[in-house]
Design a protein around this ligand. Sequence first.
Ligand code: 3HC
Length: 329
Amino acid sequence: MYAQMVKSTGHAVRALEDMEPQERAFQERINAGEKIEPKDWMPEGYRKTLVRQISQHAHSEIVGQLPEGNWITRAPTLERKAILLAKVQDEAGHGLYLYCAAETLGVSRDELYEQLHSGKAKYSSIFNYPTLNWADIGAVGWLVDGAAIMNQVPLQRTSFGPYSRAMIRICKEESFHQRQGYDIMMKMAFGSEAQKRMAQDALNRFWWPSLMMFGPSDKDSIHSAQSMAWKIKLNTNDELRQKFVDQTVPQAEYLGLTIPDENVKWNEERGHYDYTDPDWNEFFEVIKGNGPCNKERMDARVKAWEDGAWFREGLMAHAEKANTAEAAE
Ligand code: 3HC
């Protein structure tokens, strides 16, 4: 089994027979499909990988509110405004479940926020692209939430219990998000000529960054082999990217829109659509902090944190007062 993983991702993992007894017993539990819970013994690398992935995921949910929140006041109707508001609130909730799951691994919420605000922690590359008009909100729901679901449905079966349970609720909400995005795209694509042009333009700009959401190609993915051996990840980055392309091309055809990649065509032999990889140089620049909106996103996030200091202090003072009163009684 491991030999296959090594081949698919290019990074070696240790075989069972090379492991110490405790680690071997842990790996056997994973292989048997058992869930690992916070108080169980786990290798330090497993714990660290989970803290990294879950916290990056949580940060993505939180930062991901910014490009959409930007459109709440400008949504075209009251109904669209209420829907977008609910969606953005859902993303905040997802961030909170995920921070809670990470905290069960012995890291504090404050540490995680510090890592985000200081630029040490990553969040999804996609949120460093701007949302320029209302069609972009449709494209974000259709493509970005669509890519997120493709990645997150298998994570419902991830080996760490608190992460897998958080993902079950998150996936239900994400599928509503994807539908609301597609609904906006249908209105635009079947609307006036100008609306259809806006929908096509949004697809042109969000297609490549959406493909990047799945991470680098398997040969450049440093964590996949070990994460798959631990069943933290259930699929490689390229497998999920291919599934996303296969799902999305017919949806674009239905809308009468064109995927901005002339190599997209059905390959009978492979049973999949062929497509071109995104520009990996651009991807690595964006995750290094040099994307179109990295600075704007971090400034907004840090400002929100600083502006909320008085409120957090008030809550702490109130909790302390309540504790003292309770102790006195
Ligand atoms: N954006 C930013 N960084 C990325 C990335 C992306 N799209 N894809 C990969 N990277 C980073 C990795 O974090 C890693 O850097 P690190 O070592 O500093 O942490 C490096 O690139 C190498 O990539 P690997 O493939 O080796 O990394 P992983 O095995 O962690 O795979 C992943 C990357 C597929 C994104 C995986 O972490 C994952 O499945 N994460 C959970 C899902 C998630 O985080 N989704 C966020 C997307 S959007 C969202 O949630 C909001 C929704 O409402 C739309």
